[in-house]
Ligand binder design. Sequence first.
Ligand code: M6R
Length: 565
Amino acid sequence: MCGIIGYVGSRPCKELLLEGLKRLEYRGYDSAGVALLEEDGLHYVRAVGNLENLKRAAASNGSRVTHGLGHTRWATHGTVTEANAHPLTGCSERELAVALNGIVENYRELKESLLADGHTFSSETDAEVVIHLVERHYDGDLADAVRAAYDELEGHFSFVVIHRAHPDLLVGARCQTPLVVGVGEGETFLASSIAAFLPETRRVQFIEDGDVVSITPAGATFQSADGTTGDPDIVEVDWDEESAEKGGYETFMLKEIYEQADSVRETIGDRVRHGELVLEALEMTDEQIRNLRRIVIVACGTAYHAGVVGRYIIEEWARIPVEPDIASEWIYRNPVLSKDTLVIGISQSGETRDTVNAVKLARELGARTLAITNLMGTQITREAETVLYTRCGMEVGVAASKTFTAQAALLSLVALKLAQVRKTLPPEEIEFTLNQLYELPRKIDEFLDADHPIEEIAQRFYDKPFFLYLGRHIGLAVALEGALKLKEISYIPTEAYSAGEMKHGPIALLEEGTPVVVVATDIHVYDKIVSNIQEVRARGAHVIAVATDGNEDIQHHADDVIYVP
Ligand code: M6R
C-alpha cells in the first residue's frame, strides 16, 4: 500500500510531486523518492523516513524539470533503505524507472529468468522485476513494452513507468489496485489516488484492470488487453481535500474497513502460489517445527483477539496447544517457557510496550520468538528472532479494522505451514484451504459491496444502554473484537462472552429488548449456539445473528440476520 504520483506538462514538477506525495503520506511513510527527467536522463532523489527528508534531499535537484514520477513507500518486500525506495531503475539507471504500488506475486520466478538473462538488480523489492521486464521488452514503443511486461505479471499492483527516450510520456497499468488519471489544462497526472493531485485538477479518468494507459500533456490514451483503445468519460469530483484523503469515505475507519480485501490480499499475496504455501520468513527448520510442544500468543486489544483466532486454527490444524494471552498480564506472572515453545507477539504498530516486552522476555527465557506486525523497523521486529508482516499499509483509524483481518489471515498461513510440516492435515486439505484463503479477498469485497441490514439495525438500537456479543470457537474471537469496536467508537457498554458461559452469570444482564449480537456461522458448534440463542430469547432479548449465506434455519431463531459468505 504505497502512493504513486506522476506528472507530464509544462510546469516545473518537483514541487507538484512532493506536494502530491505529502497528500499520499497517509498511505505509507517509511521512505519516498522522485525520478526527474533532465536533459542527460533520469535523476533520482530517495530518502528514508518522512517526506521532510526527501524534500531536504531534493532541494538542489531539477527545479525546471517538467516530467517526473514520485513514490511513497510502505515496505512489504525488502527492508526500509534508500536502495529499496522507489522509483526503481532497471540496468540502465538514466534510462527508465518504475514506481509500483501492490505486490508482484511471481517475482521470484521472474527474477530468476531476468538474472539468467544478465539483468542486475539493485534492490530487494518485488517491484524491481517490473522495470527489468519493461527493459527486456522495450523496442522503441514504451506502451508496448509495458503491455508485454504486464502480461507476465501475477499479483495485484499498479505501476507507472518513465523513460528517457519519451519526454512528456508516462505509461501505467493496474491490476486490482488503484491508478487514476488527473486531466489538467495542458498537463496530466497519473496517481494511485485522486488525493495526490486534487488541488491541481478535479477532472479524473478511471482506469480498468488490464488497461495500459499512456499520458502526455494533451491527455491520456487507454489500451485494453485485446488491443482496442478506449476513452473513459472524464468525471468531475467534488471532494474536498480531506475527504479525498479518506477516498470519499466519511471516516478513515470506514475507508479502512473497505480496504480489508486489499490488505488480506497483500498479506496472503505471494505467500500462496498456485495452491503452494511459501512462508520462508518463518525461518524455522522442519525439525524445529516438528519439535514444537507449545505456542503462546501475546498481544493487546485487537491483536489479542486475532491471537484468539490463531489459537483455534493452530490447534485445529497443527495440533499444537496454543495459549493466547494478554501481554500486560503475561509479562508479570513469571511465565514458564522452554526452547520447544514458540512465542508469537502480535502488534499492528510494533511499538506496544507490553507486547514488545513480552517478546523480549520470551527470548531471554529461551523460547523461540516470532513477531507479527504491520511496520518494518519497529521495536518488536528488533526483539523477535523472526518477523512476518501483515501488509495493510498505514492504519489511520485508532479503532483497528483491516489489521485484525490481515492478522487472522496471516495466522492462518502460519497454522497451515505448521500443519504441513507436522503432517497433521492431508496435503489436499491444505491445498483446499489455501485456495479458500486466496478467495477470501473477493468474498470480503462481495460482502462489502452488497446490501445488508446493518445500518437499519444500528438506527433501531443506537440508543440502547447495553449490548451483549456472544460466540463460540472462532466466533468467540470475533464476538470479542466486535464488542471492543462497539465500546470504542459508540461508547455503549458492551460485554462479549462465550455463548456457553453466558448462563453462568451474565444472563442476568438481559431484559426485554436487550440487543444481543450472536456469531452463528456454520461451524461444528452451530447447534449449540442455537441453544444459547434460545436461552437469550427466553429473557426477551433481541437477537441479531451473524450467519452464513444460505442458512435459512437461523431465521427461525434470530430477530435479525446479517449474512456473511
Ligand atoms: O499496535 P498494537 O496492535 O500493538 O495495538 C494493540 C492495541 O492497542 C490495539 O489493538 C487496540 O486494541 C485497537 N486499536 C482497538 O481498536
